[in-house]
Design a protein around this ligand. Structure first.
Ligand code: GLA
Length: 524
């Protein structure tokens, strides 16, 4: 093989599999996932039986606040967890690996050594608890119900999602937020009795609708599993789905969310247009400044997600107003594109703002819509298997990880198939997303048929995604000049988790139609 280039042998096989899969899907006349056995396409190797501790190497929290964190760890259960350097205010459950209690009152970096052991081996991981004023040192990971349950979300479905996050193993890779989207409140004027009633109590506090009998009990259920709970509202009088919003009740709503035990707030613009007064930058910022000023004063850490679809170039000021992440675009589920699936155009738009991302501040290109997922154009339709082919799904996840995006799955947690989990749960792909340097990949190349992203990593390696957006398989070359590299690099295939050679001046890879090759280039 010539120096500086390599052509992995597996590619030939994959092309043949692609042809077979297309044949299967034509025969079935239906979406691919679930319709065919996709095991032949799985890139992520099965995790070992010995423990491996996943998740970020650092975690930000404010002083003296309630804390819960389940150590993400793969390997055969039972696993016994222990920790060195644990602050006295925290407790570790050795059987579940759940850290809980309160963060120390004193700001500073607390260095912990996390340990996990089972009969097959042990793992040790350094973990910094950074007590200060920055939350979300790495992009939030979890699930949001919107694209599956829309206006029929219930307490029961949210609890099931929390259970599935543990049972499926997703939590072992770092997924931890269980987020309720719109439609948990009362809907003024609704003819559905479950959604009717007083929107607020005598004190003005927001009331959930009848599908959510006890919000505090619901967050307690989620926290008992070492997970975190998210909630949704908006600054306008009504939410996007016409439920009760927080207009003129911002403070009391934030306090209520903290009292109920929520750890994450999505704040969705929608009907705020009616009361904004104009379309200046100040008008765009105002509602987010208001809520962004309230949240840090609460007695609970609440990660603040701005949802206003990128208006006023939010990536330039979302962090200033207290946001930890901000949607850069409209809804992914509503994206229409004639040639490529919607995640590409959303991804391309989001990829244009790498300079905005850093620890505690993330561009948000919306959720990961794979598996069994609903239809945003018809929210009453039952979820059905994604129409994205396997190569597109791996491209989706790779793009999101390289962009240091929040990794929020929004498919049905009750129908998690093996292939979907294979895409969502690759520890090395997630490591790229969760890297502590907090860089978003820069665009190296963007043409009609090629898209290349490169993300600098804390250890000096470079994560590179080579995406084939053309209509047929292609060999794609990326030079060291373009990547800003010099000298020999070890080439590591991130999805397959193995070294695939060395290269000295260019990367040359065969990439399937709509597929990706994601590598990490190491100095040695
Ligand atoms: C908007 C948001 C979506 C979702 C819906 C809920 O469209 O962008 O993510 O929250 O509102 O109504």
């Amino acid at each position: 093989m010539p120096r500086g280039s390599f052509a992995p042998a597996y590619l030939k096989d994959r092309l043949m599999h692609s042809a077979a899969l297309i044949a299967v899907s034509l025969m079935m006349g239906t979406g691919l996932a679930g319709a065919a056995d996709l095991s032949a396409f799985m890139l992520t190797p099965k995790p070992g039986r010995a423990p491996r501790i996943n998740g970020p190497g650092a975690y930000g929290a404010r002083p003296g606040r309630p804390f819960v964190y389940r150590i993400p760890c793969t390997g055969a259960r039972p696993i016994r967890f222990s920790a060195k350097g644990l602050p006295a205010t925290l407790h570790l459950d050795g059987n579940t690996g759940i850290l809980s209690g309160k963060t120390p009152d004193k700001a500073g970096e607390y260095k912990l050594e996390l340990r996990a052991a089972n009969q097959q081996g042990k793992a040790v991981r350094q973990f910094k608890l950074v007590v200060g004023d920055t939350l979300a040192l790495t992009p939030p990971m979890g699930w949001n119900d919107w694209y599956t349950h829309y206006d029929h979300v219930t307490d029961k479905l949210v609890r099931q999602a929390a259970d599935a996050m543990i049972a499926s193993g997703m939590a072992d890779y770092g997924y931890q937020y269980v987020n309720i989207d719109d439609c948990w409140m009362v809907k003024p004027g609704s003819d559905n009795p479950e959604l009717q009633g007083e929107a607020r109590d005598a004190d003005g506090a927001i009331r959930p609708n009848r599908r959510f009998p006890d919000m505090a009990a619901l967050t307690a259920y989620i926290h008992a599993r070492g997970l975190k709970a998210g909630v949704y509202t908006g600054p306008g009088p009504r939410t996007c789905a016409e439920f009760t919003g927080s207009y003129r009740h911002e403070e009391i709503d934030a306090r209520t969310f903290a009292k109920w035990g929520f750890d994450f707030l999505k704040y969705d613009w929608c009907s705020y247009t009616e009361v904004a007064g104009g379309k200046t930058l100040a008008d765009y910022k105002r509602p987010y400044e208001l809520m962004g000023g309230i949240l840090p004063k609460l007695e609970r850490d609440i990660v603040f997600n701005l949802c206003q679809y990128g208006m006023g170039d939010v990536w330039n000021w979302g962090g200033e107003v207290g946001g930890h992440s901000w949607r850069t675009t409209g809804d992914l589920g509503l994206e229409k594109d004639t040639r490529l699936p919607g995640f590409y155009s959303i991804g391309f738009k989001n990829a244009a703002h790498p300079e905005a991302a850093r620890p505690g501040r993330w561009n948000d290109p919306d959720y990961i819509l794979i598996g069994s997922v609903g239809n945003a154009f018809n929210i009453q339709a039952a979820p059905s298997p994604t129409v994205l082919v396997p190569d597109e799904q791996y491209s989706y996840m790779s793009m999101w990880a390289l962009m240091a995006s929040p990794l929020i799955f929004s498919g049905d947690m009750n129908y998690l198939d093996e292939f979907t989990l294979n895409v969502l749960c690759n520890s090395e792909v997630i490591e790229v997303d969760q890297d502590l340097l907090g860089k978003q990949a820069r665009i190296v190349r963007h043409t009609e048929s090629e898209f290349v992203l490169a993300k600098a990593m804390e250890d000096g390696s470079l994560a590179v995604g080579v995406f084939n957006t053309g209509d047929k398989p292609a060999r794609i070359q990326v030079t060291w000049d373009e990547l800003g590299l010099d000298g020999q690099r070890r080439v590591h295939d991130v999805w397959r988790q193995k070294d695939i050679g060395h290269a000295s001046d260019l990367l040359s890879v065969e990439v399937n139609r709509h597929g990706v090759t994601m590598v990490r280039l190491f100095p040695n």
